[in-house]
Design a protein around this ligand. Structure first.
Ligand code: ZN
Length: 310
């Protein structure tokens, strides 16, 4: 069994409009944009990262805004809900704040005994705030969001699956423990995790498969401290029969990817070197950062990207 995974590292989704996406995650949700770079395979598309002050693992929501991309269709084989942690009592603020910002599909309920507020992102993204006791992570101090309500990072994610058995086995192998079940949803928790440490598996045998598009999660990344641990995890997964990519340099972390039996694309990402590798913490996310191979073409790359207001 793998013992070095700490919970989530980041969640990466797709969007249809960079400016709208940036405004939503910074102004409405109060996250900090910690990196403004481009899709390493398509430099005419941004890769925007939003998180806490430094982009700590377990706080980072990232987006590829493909301009005018068609919306995805929800279904099984994907991350069905991305869940952020807020302090107990914070949903009072958020209900009012999100309603004032005309955020869609606001829906309050409880899940595993915790208060949850579900809502849609700008492309119909399935997002939720979940009240969590004793989340010690410091929030980013955003304008208009009181500290006592601010997002602490992810609490976790829910996967919508046709069948959950193989994914349950995989999560157990990755170090998660089965905690409880509610209806057709089983919850797993990473002991001694980084706060972004729950995964819910919803078993939906009658639901059709998702079609990815704007508002869909592209992949979900789990955190290990360093490259040495990542190589151990890669070997363990391959020894178990998973097809895992070679290690890929993503400038701010090292990544390996593998497709899971339920259809969700997993990544294992390192906490090193981090987002302040090429910018001071005080100015994270401000300048357009390009991977080395695109630097000679900076003018053309920049001309192809919609300027972001802040
Ligand atoms: Zn990723």
């Amino acid at each position: 069994m793998i013992k070095t995974i700490k919970g989530l590292h980041h969640v990466t989704s797709m969007a249809s409009d960079a400016r709208q996406n940036n405004a939503f995650f910074t102004d409405v949700l109060g996250l900090r944009r910690v990196k403004k770079t481009v899709n390493f395979d398509e430099p005419n598309v941004y890769h925007l990262y939003y998180g806490d002050e430094t982009g700590s693992a377990g706080t980072v929501m990232t987006y590829f805004p493909f301009e005018n991309m068609m919306r995805g269709r929800a279904g099984v084989g994907e991350v069905g809900e991305t869940q952020f942690s807020v302090p107990k009592g914070a949903l009072c603020f958020w209900k009012d704040h999100l309603a004032k910002q005309n955020v869609g599909s606001l829906n309050a309920d409880t899940v595993f005994g915790a208060n949850r507020l579900r809502f849609s992102g700008p492309d119909g993204d399935s997002l939720a705030l979940i009240e969590t006791a004793d989340d010690a992570r410091a929030p980013w101090a955003a304008v208009g969001i009181p500290e006592e309500a601010a997002i602490r990072g992810f609490s976790g994610a829910r996967f919508n699956l046709h069948d959950t058995a193989a994914t349950e086995e995989l999560l157990g192998f990755m170090g998660y423990q089965r905690a409880d079940a509610e209806g057709d949803v089983t919850r797993f928790i990473m002991p001694d995790g980084n706060g972004a440490d729950t995964i819910e598996l919803a078993k939906l045998p009658q639901t059709g498969f998702a079609r990815q598009g704007a508002g869909s999660v592209h992949h979900i990344a789990f955190a290990v401290d360093n490259r040495e641990q990542q190589l151990e995890v890669r070997k363990a997964l391959m020894d178990t029969g998973y097809q895992v990519t070679p290690v890929i340099d993503r400038d701010y972390f090292w990544a390996i990817y593998f497709r899971t039996p339920g259809g969700v694309l997993f990544e294992i990402a390192t906490n090193e070197p981090g987002f302040n590798r090429d910018e001071d913490t005080a100015h994270l996310g401000e300048a357009l950062k390009l991977p080395g191979r695109y630097e000679p073409f900076r003018d053309q790359v920049e001309a192809g990207l919609a300027p972001l207001t802040a």
